[in-house]
Ligand binder design. Structure first.
Ligand code: GAL
Length: 388
């Protein structure tokens, strides 16, 4: 459980959408909550269990309240929240800034204060807030500002996770709205192209992420292996474990919230170990939440988008370095240390720790040039040490 104030670090948890979309119910959510604890996800830092779209009936009641679907949640949402809390986890829910959610359930448009109070009564700790069916005459920015104020005044700490897919120049106004994170891209799909495209679209956006307002690159597809009941998300049939590893490393390096999207009740051991990689999670959860910047690798003839290094300054003075190879064959990716501000004349060298293999690699002067297999990555934590 995070010891930092709400929203300082990227949120970690699980979300129902990627695998289950509309097919959710109380038993599923409870089963996932059980697994979060039994399989070590909570201990690794994943604390939110988030119910996405399709939890309510299609109409509000006579008092204008949202109504949980009695087929799916026969005991109501408070009972689900109580169960999640009894496991030491936090409870996340979903609504939308427009009149309807993307799947056609009621949205919170012009019900913001009422819904925020309702969520507080149910014990909600996290609200994902979508952007479908927004009336065109209304400025979206004001809707996020309104819901943020509603949540901050509802009597309960509720983390506000905005989701307008990067539209309307969201990065320019979202921090001031009070949201703790904001989706900056369209929806992820469980395929390698989608992962690459999202990552590349966020390079050079590192000024627009940081503590209390993180750039959310969408929920993880790690470990799904094509197992979504949505044709859109699962259309091309999943990724290899190597591609999932690179996906997870990118999201960690780039400081995205990490919302697990696979069915953790059946996840493989490889998936579980990747999602619980404590060295990668420590980079994602670094207390200063600085953005990762891209360095072009040598030799210069690689297209910058096919192979690159990301560097992220960490609170204790270390630097995280991620070497990413999007090419279809091996590449030697050479980082010259002057490109992170450390020429030989600075008098320091780097002691490198491999965050995938969990072992020290030794001390390097001037450059580090791992050979990275196709679609793979190398992530190291670099410590500055004086040259002898
Ligand atoms: C999309 C959103 C997805 C999911 C879906 C639910 O707009 O980006 O993450 O929440 O709506 O209908």
């Amino acid at each position: 459980m995070s010891n930092y104030p709400m929203g300082q670090l990227p949120a970690l948890g699980w979300n129902s959408w990627n695998t289950f979309t509309w097919d959710i119910n109380e038993e599923l959510i409870k089963g996932v909550a059980d697994m979060m604890v039994e399989k070590g996800y909570l201990d690794a830092g994943y604390e939110y269990v988030v119910i996405d779209d399709c939890w309510s009936l299609k109409e509000r009641d006579e008092q204008g309240r949202l109504v949980p679907d009695p087929q799916k949640f026969p005991n109501g949402m408070k009972a689900v929240g109580d169960y999640i809390h009894s496991k030491g986890l936090k409870f996340g829910m979903y609504s939308c800034a427009g009149t309807h959610t993307c799947a056609g359930h009621p949205g919170s448009f012009e019900h913001e204060f009422q819904d925020a109070k309702q969520f507080a009564q149910w014990g909600v700790d996290y609200l994902k807030y979508d952007y479908c069916f927004k009336p065109r005459h209304v400025i979206g920015e004001l809707l996020y500002k309104r819901m943020s104020l509603a949540l901050k005044n509802c009597g309960r700490d509720i983390l506000f996770s905005a989701c307008n897919w990067g539209e309307d120049n969201v990065y320019q106004w979202i921090r001031e709205s009070g949201a703790h994170s904001y989706r900056s891209t369209g929806d992820i799909q469980d395929n390698w192209d989608s992962i690459k495209n999202i990552a590349l679209s966020q390079i050079e956006k590192e000024p627009y992420t940081g503590s209390f307002c993180h750039n959310d690159m969408d929920m993880l597809v790690v470990g799904m292996h094509g197992g979504s009941n949505s044709d859109f998300i699962g259309s091309i049939g999943g990724c290899t474990d190597t591609q999932y590893k690179t996906h997870f490393a990118l999201w960690c390096m780039m400081g995205s919230p990490l919302m697990i999207g696979c069915d953790i009740r059946n996840a493989t051991e490889t998936t579980r170990q990747l999602l619980q990689n404590k060295d990668l999670l420590a980079i994602n959860q670094d207390p200063e939440s600085r953005g990762a910047y891209r360095i072009k690798v040598e030799p210069q003839w690689f297209p910058a988008d096919s192979a690159f290094v990301l560097a992220k300054a960490l609170a204790n003075g270390d630097i995280a370095l991620g070497f990413f190879n999007f090419c279809d064959s091996n590449r030697e990716l050479s980082l010259q240390f002057w490109d992170i501000g450390l020429p030989y004349s600075s008098g320091v060298q780097l002691s490198l720790y491999d965050c995938m293999e969990h072992k020290e690699l030794g001390t390097f002067k001037e450059r580090f040039a791992p050979t990275v297999p196709a679609h793979d990555c190398v992530v190291v934590r670099a410590k500055l040490v004086n040259l002898p």
